[in-house]
Design a protein around this ligand. Structure first.
Ligand code: SAM
Length: 238
């Protein structure tokens, strides 16, 4: 069944607005009485019967609320050091498909180039990419893309574990840390093309983060988050 996100749900009625109206009416040629799935973007799916299609909204009667079966009990937030232009869209798209809970862009010492002041415009674009990827991959939530924050503003206490992929880490692997237990609210931090500076890693460790190796091969910044996320969810998802 076709599936649509909306945050306009009241009681047993949902309204779908925006571009989806055209898609429902002109592309899918659905009519009153047809059934779709409506998702509230907060982890609940509903079976929905279309009641009416107007130019500004599609109204549906909801039944059968259930938890979206695509969401994991483990919530992994990707803290991604800002990469060179164009890569962030790919990172957001692929990580949403893989099951990321949220994406937090972070500014570290070696981010190149320094992001422009109008980063908010980019964030809005990344959020749009997250929405499209969430639709495509049938997610039950639309992972939020945060505003840009400096590395020292990352709130480590928000997570059961903040795991930093550190290219110089020789002792500890991701596998070891996962075996020891990481909880359900996990942050993963990926450095930029130039990697992390040593004092950044020292400060992160002082604040309770673990550093891990992802193996002997050095991955591009846009590959590292996807690889780490996929490995964590593979290990921890039931
Ligand atoms: N310029 C660095 C170097 O030559 O060592 C490599 C940085 S790498 C392209 C970008 C980021 O991906 C790193 O800061 C780290 O977060 C992550 N990364 C890539 N490969 C990794 C690995 N094998 N182990 C841990 N982290 C890795």
């Amino acid at each position: 069944m076709n599936r649509f996100f909306t945050d306009r749900i009241q009681g047993n009625t949902a309204e779908i607005a925006g571009e989806d109206i055209r898609h429902i009416e002109k592309v899918l040629r659905l009519r009153a009485g047809d059934r779709i799935v409506v998702c509230d973007g907060a982890g609940t799916d509903y079976t929905a019967e279309i009641s009416s299609i107007c130019p500004d909204r599609v109204t549906c009667a909801l039944s059968d609320a259930r938890a979206s079966d695509t969401e994991s009990a483990v919530r992994v937030t990707l803290l991604q050091a800002v990469p060179k232009s164009g890569k962030m869209e790919t990172i957001v798209q692929k990580c949403v498909e893989l099951g990321v809970y949220a994406v937090q862009p972070v500014l570290t010492a070696r981010c190149v180039p320094l992001p422009s002041r109008d980063y908010e415009k980019k964030r809005v674009r990344y959020q749009r990419v997250a929405l499209e990827a969430a639709k495509q991959s049938r997610r039950g939530i639309i992972p939020a893309v945060g505003s840009l924050i400096p590395l020292d503003a990352v709130d480590v206490s928000r997570f059961d574990s903040l795991i930093v992929a550190y290219e110089q880490e020789k002792e500890t692997t991701l596998k070891q840390v996962l075996k020891e237990g990481v909880g359900r609210e996990i942050g993963i931090l990926i450095g930029p093309e130039g990697g992390f500076e040593e004092d950044e890693i020292s400060r992160l460790r002082e604040r309770g983060s673990r550093t891990v190796s992802l193996g002997t091969r050095i991955l591009r910044t846009e590959t590292a988050g996807m690889a780490m996320l996929a490995q964590i969810l593979y290990e921890l998802e039931s």
